[in-house]
Design a protein around this ligand. Structure first.
Ligand SMILES: NC(=O)c1ccc[n+]([C@@H]2O[C@H](COP(=O)([O-])OP(=O)(O)OC[C@H]3O[C@@H](n4cnc5c(N)ncnc54)[C@H](OP(=O)(O)O)[C@@H]3O)[C@@H](O)[C@H]2O)c1
Length: 408
């Protein structure tokens, strides 16, 4: 006699939910071959269809693809408490309520899986929590938002302005009608909160992630950067730091040769660094209904195979906010003698040393574009304040972080 089918309750049937239902029907035989049980849909909940209580009662496993925190949080908690394993692609839910959800899953002794919530198709959650589960991870970083990577790649390739490229990204379906959370860094911040929590086994919530977006990036920043051999990415970085951790998202220049520099278009790439593994890089498509559904189905198979990560908190690490960074600095100044010396003095007084400079005359003004070596961010902010007050400045100074490592 063949074993009972596994009945899946599907919450949400939008872009990902619809693709998941189709994939489930198409790949049911493969899931059965991999797990020993054939999956079938027990019911679907949308705003206009289905009743959560009834679907839960008929299901062995819940797949949450509604998004947002309300009502998704209540449904996921109810399902876990009722002893049903849950798969979700919901980064907002995990970044805001991860500790609560992991705690309830632990108490109920059921699995909560969320591979599709972070970095598209890249199986980074599984790799960090399973392959590197006992590794002392030093740093997880990368490009975790495909929309912004597409926009920055297009701006660099075409010289077009941010607004024009955003409109094109929307036409092509790489940016949503409301792209706010993608372009201001909030989406990437939610994903980095989840990755940091997994990598360092310490609670990290969205509110502890400092983030900046790409809305202020100007085409001439990208043009000058090219001359300095740099390319721009929106990076998420979670790293250990003097007994604590720092988790941040910001636009950042990389030198050619850095493994993330060639990642362009709507792609994601994540690097993991640890003394025991040196460094691992994975890349792949950043989103899409079918791709995300495929990651969700992978989680379903993992659940059926058993053996769950328990998401225990091993330590409480403080979040450090003042860290060292290298910066690109763009200044528009009056073209007269002594200006460069004044700027160099302010930098020197703040113990900031210059790595490279490009200077251009533009009418009666000059543009100074420089890269400075690593310094404490608070020091750099103080120097920017002082430089911004110099009477020779024609506009507010602009700065973007730089990863100084030059890979060859
Ligand atoms: N789209 C992607 O490429 C992608 C990539 C990675 C992760 N994700 C994540 O996957 C999840 C789903 O994304 P999506 O793009 O598929 O969203 P979506 O297209 O907006 O679909 C959302 C679905 O949830 C249903 N829903 C919304 N509010 C509900 C409520 N109060 N009660 C019951 N059902 C409700 C909607 O019902 P109606 O059909 O009635 O409107 C719809 O079927 C999100 O967490 C998202 O962050 C998406």
């Amino acid at each position: 006699m063949s074993p009972d089918p596994v009945r899946i309750g599907l919450l949400g049937r939008g872009t990902v939910g619809r693709a998941f239902a189709e994939l489930l029907a198409e790949r049911a035989g493969a899931v059965e071959a991999a797990s020993g049980r054939r999956p079938e849909l027990a019911g679907t909940l949308t705003r206009s269809e289905g009743d959560f209580g009834e679907i839960l009662g008929r299901s062995d496993l819940i797949v949450e693809l509604i998004g947002g925190t309300d009502p998704a949080r209540a449904y996921v908690l109810d399902a876990l408490r009722a002893g049903r394993p849950v798969v979700t692609a919901n980064k907002q839910l995990l970044a805001r309520h991860g500790e609560e959800l992991f705690g309830v899953a632990r108490e109920a002794g059921v699995q909560l899986r969320f591979e599709a919530a972070v970095a598209g198709v890249i199986p980074i959650v599984r790799v960090i929590q399973e392959s590197f589960g006992t590794t002392e991870v030093a740093k997880v970083f990368g490009i975790v938002n495909g929309t912004t990577n597409f926009i920055l790649s297009e701006m660099a390739a075409t010289g077009a302005a941010y607004g024009d490229v955003l409109a094109r990204a929307q036409e092509l379906g790489y940016a949503e009608a409301d792209p706010t959370d993608d372009v201001n860094g909030a989406d990437a911040a939610a994903k980095m909160a989840i990755l940091a929590r997994l990598a360092f086994h310490t609670p990290v919530t969205l509110g502890e992630v400092a983030y900046e977006g790409i809305e202020q990036v100007k085409p001439d920043d990208l043009a000058y950067a090219k001359e300095l051999g740099l390319s721009l990415k929106l990076l998420g970085i979670a790293e250990r730091h003097e007994g604590g951790i720092s988790v941040r998202v910001f636009p950042c220049f990389l030198y050619a040769g850095h493994p993330l520099a060639p990642v362009s278009g709507p792609f994601n790439a994540v690097m993991v660094e640890a003394p025991a593994i040196t460094e691992v890089t994975m890349s792949g498509p950043g989103a899409g209904g079918v791709q995300t559904a495929s990651a969700v189905l992978g989680d379903v198979v993992s659940i059926l195979a058993g053996e769950a990560p328990v998401h225990e908190t091993r330590q409480e690490l403080p979040v450090v906010t003042d860290v060292v960074s290298s910066f690109y600095l763009h200044l528009e100044v009056a073209d007269r003698p002594g200006v460069l010396a004044k700027i160099a003095r302010v930098l020197g007084d703040n113990e900031i040393s210059v790595k490279s400079v490009v200077q251009r005359g533009v009418d009666d003004d000059a543009r100074l574009v420089m890269v400075v070596h690593e310094c404490l961010e608070s020091r750099f902010a103080a120097a920017m304040q002082e430089i911004g007050e110099l009477e020779d400045l024609r506009s507010a100074p602009r700065s973007i972080r730089v990863i100084e490592e030059e890979f060859v």
